[in-house]
Design a protein. Structure first.
Length: 55
């Protein structure tokens, strides 16, 4: 009655490592795109919403 168990070396499956790598690359690309977009868009900072009243 010997059972044939799969031999595992404790490592993650290959597809999980691939998914993690792809997710890190996508997140990095989104961060870089956001930084570059903020730097090179010519929109000036918006004025404050409060109005100054002279007394």
């Amino acid at each position: 009655m010997s059972e044939h168990l799969p031999i595992t070396d404790g490592a993650r499956p290959r597809w999980r490592g691939l998914v993690t790598t792809v997710m890190l690359i996508l997140i990095s690309m989104m961060i870089v795109r956001d930084i570059l977009g903020r730097r090179w868009t010519g929109t000036p900072p918006s004025p404050p919403d409060t109005t100054l009243q002279s007394h």
